[in-house]
Design a protein around this ligand. Sequence first.
Ligand SMILES: [Zn+2]
Ligand SMILES: [Zn+2]
Length: 112
Amino acid sequence: MGEQIIAICNCGLEKKLSFGGGLFTFREIEYFPAYCSECNDVVQYNLKSETLTCPICKSSKIRTYKDENLKGGLSKKIITSSFDNVLYDCSYKCPKCHEMSMRFYQTGLLFD
Ligand SMILES: [Zn+2]
Ligand SMILES: [Zn+2]
């Protein structure tokens, strides 16, 4: 089951994204947020893609939020997870203001 998450930062960034994969699509689709330094935005990356490229601008200047360098703190508290891909309750680097002040939240909406 996939779900909707939202990335929120003090600078005004607010972005809704799909997370994980659906019941019937999990072999092809597993969404995870990524940082694109070309779009300066959080993008919805499919971890099942063959290449690490931005789905919006197609550049390779993206890193998924699994990257330790994009994490502002250590937290063991999990916001949500899809298999072993986890988003934690900690601050992450914002692609808009470049501060470690962005956080992810669940919106409570699901998709399958
Ligand atoms: Zn991009
Ligand atoms: Zn920001």
